[in-house]
Write a new protein. Structure first.
Length: 98
């Protein structure tokens, strides 16, 4: 399994540019097999980073492809929430106020 150590990009990730770079690397590696995204040591990710790196993959390739090709591990609860929130907003649109 191919592994990307996310902390090599930084411990507090916030830019779309960095997210795009990570997404490109994950796609390149996914062509040869499953990719493990290891968030060990990452303290936080912004909505922008999570959207550009992971949510775009889910939107572009589908949830099934994502589950078969990408595995996210060693993430803190706050990082997990940020990623899931970004994916939710990307595929469902923002929740509207009642």
């Amino acid at each position: 399994m191919n592994t990307i150590r996310i902390a090599e990009y930084g411990t507090d990730l916030s830019s779309r540019s960095t997210g795009h770079t990570l997404r490109d690397e994950a796609l390149r590696l996914a062509a040869t097999g499953p990719v493990l995204l290891d968030f060990d040591g990452v303290r936080s990710v912004s909505h922008s980073f999570a959207d550009e790196s992971l949510a775009v993959l889910v939107e572009s390739y589908g949830e099934q492809w994502f589950r078969e090709h990408i595995r996210v591990v060693n993430h803190s609860p706050i990082v997990r929430w940020s990623v899931l929130d970004a994916i939710h907003h990307r595929i469902s649109g923002p929740l509207e106020a009642a």
